[in-house]
Design a binder for this molecule. Structure first.
Ligand SMILES: C=C(O[C@H]1C=CC=C(C(=O)O)[C@@H]1O)C(=O)O
Length: 442
């Protein structure tokens, strides 16, 4: 990874290719880079450069440049030949950023050597190399490895601990310290070393086709929440907050959706999340539009209250500038933001790492698609090791003894807490939000 100082000049060439059926077949089995929705998207192979910031230390960050500035420098130095001109063609970096700047994990932008992409029936390949170096080979598909499975168990905050934390959060809200806070809990486990991680990505993409399915630097998930997309001056976001599990039959399910749409508690939770996005986008966006009432978004495991936001970019902000301004929204932190972050640090006995942080991609013009990293797990990485170690599961020695035979995994799910929140209902909500990743690992 390079720092912001003198980015190497990258040479980028995109060419249209015959229709690609399965983008994931091109991705690496042990370190897939992928961004997919309904079969379209991009996968990356290899690494030619990028940016890294963190982990945070008391002495300061390892890199002073913010991701948006570092990326501007890399993109400005690049020579880009992209006659395809579709979202994700040309120079791109995949990114995963930490939730809290004090995290022990790093934020990363990864520029792959090769990108294979597909958008509305057109496919392309992009090759990226440092000026003076040879262009990378064209990518090849590889067969998927054997099926594998893993189970996740309690992490540092078990169900009873989570409910106690929710009670403390409600007390703080009732006392007037803040209006809303999003509290998460964790699950930990291990997966077999050598597992083909594309199997996990594929299971998520198959089961949750309308979400953003992502794999970046070991963070793998399927998020329904769009933090921001920016494409040729048009900006969109999908704000989610307010949740109810799907019903057990059609009648019960319709009832669940109606009850969510009228729930004062969920509507309040949702209002904070929308307001935080509108307030932040306001200075950057003209003709900012959001429906006055949320709609109910149906996912296989639950219903969400959802509001789509759109507008036209009024300045030269890149998608990464907007990400920096928006994150963390009240859908994952709370209102007011600083008080919520402080309470999260006090009540959650773990580091969120990249969970609830921005994940997505940015191109050479600053366009990009970014989700909030929800319904995901970190495979390997500092956070996962810390969690697995701290939890000391019953078979901890076995895990340590067979260090090379397993890879630690940590997953998080959270729920927005307001004055009317009930600890048991919030716990149930986190259980339902864990389902995509728990089922895909099973
Ligand atoms: C914090 C999470 O979800 C957020 C997004 C949608 C709905 C939410 C809610 O109803 O609480 C949360 O704000 C999570 O999935 O871990």
């Amino acid at each position: 990874m390079t720092s912001s100082h003198r980015p190497p000049r990258l040479v980028v060439e995109t060419r249209e290719i015959a229709h690609v059926d399965d983008l994931l077949a091109f991705a690496s089995a042990d370190a897939p880079l992928a961004w997919l929705r309904r079969g379209d998207g991009i996968v990356g192979i290899g690494t030619v450069g990028g940016y890294e910031r963190g982990p945070h230390t008391d002495a300061g960050d390892s890199n002073d440049a913010v991701p948006a500035d570092a990326w501007r420098a890399i993109a400005a130095a690049a020579v880009i030949d992209d006659p395809v001109g579709l979202p994700g063609s040309g120079l791109v970096a995949f990114g995963t950023l930490v939730f809290d700047e004090r995290s022990d994990e790093a934020s990363r932008l990864v520029v792959p050597q090769v990108v294979v992409g597909r958008h509305r029936g057109r496919s392309w390949v992009t090759r990226i190399h440092a000026s003076g170096a040879a262009a990378p080979e064209l990518p090849e598909r590889s067969a998927y490895g054997p099926y594998w499975s893993a189970t996740l168990g309690p992490g540092t905050l078990d169900p009873a601990g989570y409910q106690a934390a929710v009670r403390r959060a409600v007390d703080a809200i009732v006392a007037g310290d803040l209006e809303k806070v999003v509290l998460a809990r964790d699950l930990v486990g291990t997966i077999p070393a050598g597992a083909d991680l594309r199997r996990l990505v594929r299971a998520l993409a198959d089961d949750y086709p309308d979400t953003w399915t992502f794999a970046v630097d070991g963070l793998i998930g399927a998020s329904p929440e769009t933090l921001i997309t920016a494409s040729r001056g048009v900006v969109t976001a999908r704000v989610l907050a307010g949740t109810i599990p799907r019903g057990t039959d059609a009648h019960d399910d319709a009832g669940a959706s109606t009850s969510l749409a009228h729930s004062a508690k969920d509507l309040e939770e949702h209002r904070y999340a929308v307001q935080s996005v509108l307030d932040t986008l306001g200075p950057h966006v003209r003709h900012l539009r959001a429906d006055p009432e949320p709609f109910t978004l149906k996912l296989p495991n639950l219903w969400h209250l959802a509001t789509d936001v759109a507008g036209d970019l009024a300045d030269h902000a890149s998608s990464l500038d907007l990400v920096a301004a928006l994150h963390p929204t009240a859908a994952v932190a709370g209102t007011p933001r600083d008080a919520a972050l402080e309470l999260i640090r006090r009540l959650e006995p773990f580091d969120r790492g990249r969970y609830a942080g921005p994940v997505g991609w940015v191109d050479g013009h600053g366009n990009g698609e970014w989700a909030i990293a929800l319904r995901c797990a970190q495979i390997g990485g500092a956070g996962a090791h810390v969690h697995a170690g701290r939890e000391e599961p019953a078979d901890a020695n076995e895990h340590r003894g067979a260090a090379s035979a397993t890879i630690p995994v940590v997953a998080h799910a959270g729920a927005g807490i307001v004055a009317r929140s009930d600890p048991e209902t919030e716990l149930l909500e986190t259980r339902v939000k864990f389902r995509p990743i728990v089922d895909a690992l099973a």
